[in-house]
Design a protein around this ligand. Structure first.
Ligand code: S3P
Length: 165
């Protein structure tokens, strides 16, 4: 099992899909599984129940997915590393890649994105820098490999990942 972690907008889902196809394995996006289980969008759930309730569901889903025996490529939500249980499960049950993107590059890409509750109503560049400061060490501690994605195309990142695995 392989897992991609990194900031929101760092390309986990796009790159994960391509890599899973290349390797001929199943692809799972934990945010998608969470939304199916909740029956609503993560943004709506955040608004109604708050972040802690969302993190509880996320922890449960990560535990279940990482316990699956078949080879999978898992793309995670950017905050997955905030819980110690997730960090332990991901690192011990899968090979973890940290897609390290520059907050400024992500902010440019996400200019018109309205689906990410943690970026809502704030300057995305400022908020992403803040998230990076809070999380960078956690991403590094959870990952077996770190891929810096600045100036690389999706295809180039996929190739780099495939070479390290
Ligand atoms: C979050 C990132 C989101 C989603 C939720 C919380 C975060 O996933 O899990 O909104 O805390 O960074 P993406 O990284 O796919 O945007």
């Amino acid at each position: 099992m392989y897992t991609l972690i990194g900031l929101p907008g760092s390309g986990k889902t796009t790159i994960g899909r391509q890599l899973a196809q290349l390797w001929g394995m199943g692809f799972v996006d934990s945010d998608h599984v969470i939304e199916q289980r909740l029956g609503c969008s993560i943004a709506a759930y955040f608004a109604a129940h708050g972040e802690a309730a969302f993190r509880d569901v996320e922890q449960q889903v990560i535990d279940e997915i990482t316990a699956a025996p078949q080879p999978l490529l898992l793309s995670t939500g950017g905050g997955v590393v905030l819980r110690e249980a997730n960090r332990l499960h991901l690192r011990s049950r899968s090979t973890v890649f940290y897609l390290q993107a520059a907050p400024e590059d992500i902010a440019r890409r996400l200019r018109n994105d309205t689906t990410r509750p943690l970026l809502k109503g704030q300057d995305p560049g400022v908020r992403l820098r803040e998230l990076m400061q809070q999380r960078h060490a956690l991403y590094l501690a959870t990952a077996h490999y770190t891929i810096k994605t600045a100036r690389l195309s999706v295809t180039q990142v996929v190739r780099k990942l495939a070479m390290q695995a």
